[in-house]
Ligand binder design. Structure first.
Ligand SMILES: *[C@@H]1O[C@H](CO)[C@@H](O)[C@H](O)[C@H]1NC(C)=O
Ligand SMILES: *[C@@H]1O[C@H](CO)[C@@H](O)[C@H](O)[C@H]1NC(C)=O
Ligand SMILES: *[C@@H]1O[C@H](CO)[C@@H](O)[C@H](O)[C@H]1NC(C)=O
Length: 501
């Protein structure tokens, strides 16, 4: 470098260079003239454009107005840009196909539909890690929902078995000769990694069958091999399809929604008795209602926390939004009152008494009971799990999904919508919202300021692509594991990739 520059300096003193510089100064005068000429043409064009603009001032204004209406439409409905991202769930070339073994895992899934679905996807991965054959899981019949549905009532069982045949051997039942053998009954530790399950293979020395008593959250969110994460996605998003009767009715209902309006919102209004009782959230309820919820909590043995301060719960952002709060929230986001809203939920606590605080703002609210005939819903009405499956599909297909609480369904639907192309999901920041609601109520904030603040607060909460969050900083040890963003809420980056990957 240095030697080059030295040579350049010596060059300047060369006589041939000064002849060149006369030539070049002639050239620069010519360039200067050309530049002046171009500039004057430019100024002329600008000036005449000004005149034109003046003449067309009125139409221009009108264009601007309709543009801002378009901008609003975009803000309300447009899917967050997902650049060139796409689902990626194929195994890498390091993946080992496991063709099963004469060791079996039986599972009792626990929880509602979505807790069971993610738990079953995890059990597929666990069976793969442990090189075991998975027996079709039993569904929870004892939960709050008291549902007797079997796996094949809810899911497409043949599809599940076939779709995963390269990953895990799955059988409908434990072979007869193994039924009488003693089983290892295990409560696997929550949020475990591959190392834990490798260790658990020790059990195969003494047992041919392991029974897993609980399936939810048995696998960590992070630090698992890429192939295990992708297997979880294959299991949840492709293999665990709902049964044909559920898929068919859901498709019909989506069609009926689309015939009512161009677009619809699904509101997962988790304002149900069990949720309010469990969380101790009594804001806006009568004394009699609060008492009813308290008694229910008292009587439910497996809910360990009995004494709850409802005000602290609410301020902490731990309460589901009320129908009224949801209404004000959607108003603040500027959804027009005519917007079609599908309520994905079980029975709303207090029925119309509470729901009316939403419908007074958004009259176009519908539920599956309003969209389907009694005949169509006959098999669903006594099976909360199947009914939740209908809601799940309708939620996936919606233009916007808004959960009023951060439960298992909210998490599962948000994640699935991300996977399908970052379909819009607005997740209310309940803690901050509650503060603003109270200011609005107290009159220290007017609606237009409230609306602006709410929109600002949710700009980054509409389901745009981003990597899954880790645990909040400053938290150490195992507590981290449960505070991380759940894998199924955002399977990015493992199952969502850039085009080149
Ligand atoms: C996995 O199962 C196969 C039988 O399909 C068996 O041959 C193999 O030894 C097992 N592998 C491990 C690591 O246990
Ligand atoms: C609402 O409050 C803000 C800030 O206090 C004020 O600037 C604005 O003019 C108010 N808007 C209306 C419509 O009253
Ligand atoms: C939103 O996200 C962007 C990019 O991740 C970040 O730069 C910005 O600060 C965030 N804004 C808010 C209001 O959180």
């Amino acid at each position: 470098m240095v030697t080059h520059r030295d040579r350049g300096l010596r060059h300047l003193k060369n006589p041939s260079t000064s002849r060149k510089s006369i030539k070049s100064s002639v050239l620069s005068v010519a360039l200067y003239v050309i530049l002046l000429f171009t500039l004057s043409i430019f100024v002329f064009i600008l000036y005449s454009k000004d005149i034109l603009d003046d003449e067309h001032a009125m139409p221009l204004l009108r264009v601007e107005k309709s543009e801002s209406k378009q901008q609003l439409e975009v803000q309300l409905w447009e899917t967050p840009s997902s650049y060139s991202l796409h689902p990626c769930i194929e195994p890498t070339n390091k993946y080992k196909v496991v063709l099963g073994w004469d060791r079996y895992i039986t599972v009792r899934s626990n929880g509602g539909l979505n807790q069971m679905r993610t738990g079953i996807a995890d059990m597929v991965a666990v069976a793969h890690i442990m090189n075991a054959t998975l027996v079709i899981p039993q569904l929870d019949k004892r939960s709050f929902w008291q549902d007797t549905s079997t796996f094949s009532d809810v899911f497409d069982e043949p599809h599940f078995i076939k779709h995963l045949q390269q990953d895990v051997r799955i059988v409908k039942e434990l072979p007869k000769e193994l039924e009488s053998l003693p089983r290892a009954r295990k409560h696997f530790t929550s949020w475990s990694g591959v190392g834990y399950y490798e260790e658990m293979k020790q059990l195969w020395k003494d047992y041919r069958v392991i029974h897993v008593a609980k399936s939810d959250s048995r696998l960590a969110n992070n630090d698992l091999p890429l192939d295990i994460q992708r297997l979880r996605c294959r299991a949840l998003y492709h293999a665990l399809r709902f049964s044909p009767s559920i898929e068919n009715l859901a498709k019909k209902l989506v069609g009926r929604l689309r015939s009512r309006a161009e677009r619809y919102i699904v509101l997962h209004l988790r304002y149900e008795k069990d949720m309010l009782s469990f969380t101790g959230c009594t804001y806006g309820l009568s004394d009699a209602e609060s008492e009813e919820l308290r008694v229910m909590r008292e009587k439910t043995n497996h809910w360990k926390i009995k004494n709850i301060n409802p005000i602290e719960q609410r301020i902490g952002g731990l309460c589901p939004l009320t129908p009224k709060e949801v209404g004000i929230f959607l108003q603040a986001l500027r959804y027009p009152p005519s917007t079609l809203i599908y309520i994905a939920a079980g029975e709303i606590y207090g029925g119309d008494r509470h729901l009316s605080e939403l419908t007074s703002r958004f009259p176009n609210v519908v539920s599956k009971e309003m969209l389907a005939t009694e005949e169509e819903l006959k098999t669903f009405s006594h099976h909360a799990t199947q009914s939740a499956a209908l809601d799940y599909i309708i939620s996936l297909e919606s233009d916007l999904f808004v959960p009023s609480h951060s439960g298992n369904m909210a998490i599962a639907v948000e994640g699935h919508r991300r996977f399908l192309g970052h379909r819009k999901t607005i997740t209310p920041d309940r803690q901050r919202l509650v503060e603003l609601f109270d200011k609005l109520e107290a009159g220290t904030l007017n609606m237009s300021s409230f609306s602006r603040l709410v929109r600002q607060l949710h700009r980054n909460r509409s389901g745009a692509p981003r990597r899954r969050h880790g645990a909040p900083s400053g938290i150490k040890g195992r507590a981290r594991l449960r505070l991380e963003e759940p894998f199924y809420q955002n399977p990015f980056p493992e199952c969502i990739c850039k085009s080149s990957e």
